[in-house]
Design a protein around this ligand. Structure first.
Ligand code: ADP
Ligand code: MG
Length: 460
């Protein structure tokens, strides 16, 4: 959507008026965080909004009440649902210099820019992500050597962070070379816009010739987008043929990407494919400390039990840990607390949570296997062996199925746990999916195991 500065300004004034009128919460919050915001740009899917500080960006994006207020005000004014993206003014100025195509003034990817906050130096390395970090460094040290670099993980494990870190380091090293970082949803929407008016397609193609490094986030969103996929296939080949680096991220492995053509999947697998595991608690603690320092705060302002609390209540999920940190800081600032952040404050902030600690209750492959073994009276070594006795085989298939549904694990990783290959795991899981439809007892049993595994209280 091509909109003028004037339009952006008026729209935003209307939105802020609506938000102010309906604001539930303290006035000071509105004045501090909402009032200084500006609507900088808008495309088919996303509105980019600047804030007065990084903390304000974090607060507005992590508090769903606040972002919902903004989304619904925008909807009221524009009659359109937009996703919102927050960035602090300073970073926006530094990075919002979207590239224009060489042959026209048409702007592509006006809402796509690197985030300066995500760098290699504030990316913590642990066992879970060491290889991914090495691959990312390689993309900058020796672009085009491994093409593409394909990084996948479940959500919140640092893919977007790494992609941006690559982009930032690349710019630092190569100065004038051009980087495009974009989410796949934005890529699809940009392509659709161009495809509607055919004349621009050649501009769009040329635009990619001017890009030296392509960082494409969340490729799983290409699913079912056949025309965009076909276009991307060409772009991809051009990049590889001219030795320019492509780095792709995904929430699953190339083989597990459904709704994508075989030729794309095989291209994706032909470079370097790396899985980021969920970070262990000690890595989470290191990440937490870096995040605290990144907000300009001192780590010793937090009692050590508070840090442990934040890690233990968000096992494996950095994003939710950050959300909790922001919530805690926000509550402490509203209460004008200037001393240490104590465990009591922390407990109060999260009083609405299950009061029992969740440590050790997180679903893990071990707990899944334990539960299934108990249910079917088989042993762990049987389940991991090649034994084909009916009862053991069924238990094994169910355990694989639960690893997939409860932990969202890639087939390959499930295979490693059970000593099987990717396709065996896939067909086992498929079999359970199908059998459940015709066998209500099986379905009931699986549902009950699944429920017990995911419930917050431990069942002895
Ligand atoms: P993903 O894209 O995999 O869903 P993100 O890159 O958005 O995950 O990470 C979520 C948050 O966690 C970000 O704020 C990111 O900086 C942080 N994070 C994740 N892994 C690390 C790490 N290893 N070091 C520092 N921060 C991390
Ligand atoms: Mg991401």
């Amino acid at each position: 959507m091509a909109v003028s500065q004037e339009w952006l300004k008026t729209t935003w004034t209307h939105c802020l008026n609506i938000i102010r009128k309906n604001f539930v919460g303290e006035e000071v919050v509105f004045d501090e965080f909402f009032d200084p915001t500006k609507l900088m740009s808008i495309d088919d899917t996303t509105a980019t909004i600047t804030t007065s500080s990084k903390t304000a960006s974090k607060l507005l994006s992590s508090n769903s009440n606040y972002s919902d207020m903004i989304i619904s005000a925008l909807k009221e004014v524009t009659q359109t649902s937009y996703a919102v993206k927050f960035i602090d003014e300073k970073s926006y100025k530094d990075f919002a210099s979207p590239a224009t195509s060489s042959s026209s003034n048409r702007m592509f990817f006006a809402n796509s820019f690197l985030s300066k906050d995500y760098t290699f130096s504030n990316f913590i390395v642990g066992d879970s992500n060491q290889e991914a970090k090495q691959a990312a460094v390689l993309a900058v040290a020796s672009p085009g050597t491994m093409n593409p670099i394909f990084i996948y993980s479940s959500t919140g494990c640092g893919k977007t962070h790494l992609l941006n870190a690559i982009g930032n380091a690349f710019k630092e090293k190569f100065g004038t070379k051009r980087v495009l970082y974009t989410n796949t949803e934005a890529f699809v929407s940009e392509f659709v816009k161009v495809a509607r008016g055919n004349s621009e397609l050649s501009d769009f193609k040329q635009y990619f010739d001017t890009i030296d490094l392509l960082l494409l986030d969340d490729i799983q969103f290409l699913k079912g987008k056949n025309e965009t996929s076909a276009f991307f296939f060409n772009i991809f080949n051009n990049f590889v043929n001219s030795g320019k680096q492509i780095v792709i991220t995904s929430d699953r492995s190339p083989q597990d990407l459904e709704g994508l053509t075989d030729r794309l999947v095989s291209r994706f697998s032909s470079g370097l494919t790396i899985y980021i595991k969920k970070p262990a608690p000690d890595t989470m603690l290191d990440i937490l400390k870096v995040k605290i320092k990144g907000l300009g705060l001192k780590v010793d302002m937090f009692d050590s039990q508070v840090l442990d609390y934040l890690v233990n209540h968000n096992v494996g999920s950095v994003r939710s840990m950050e959300g909790d940190l922001n919530k805690l800081l926000f509550i402490s600032s509203v209460k004008k607390n200037s001393g240490n952040i104590t465990l009591d404050m922390c407990k109060e902030a999260f009083a609405d949570r299950d009061s029992s600690t969740q440590v050790g209750k997180q679903v893990t492959t071990d707990r899944i296997i334990g539960k299934v073994c108990e249910f079917y009276s088989v042993t762990e070594s049987q389940i991991k062996s090649k034994v084909r006795i009916l009862q053991v085989a069924l238990a094994r298939q169910i355990a694989m199925y639960l690893c997939r549904t409860l932990l969202d694990m890639p087939y390959i990783e499930i295979g490693k746990v059970f000593g099987r290959d990717h396709s065996t795991v896939m067909s086992a899981i498929h079999k359970i999916e199908v059998s459940q439809k015709t066998d209500p007892t099986l379905k009931r049993n699986i549902d009950s195991m699944s429920k017990e595994l995911s419930s917050k209280t431990v069942h002895k």
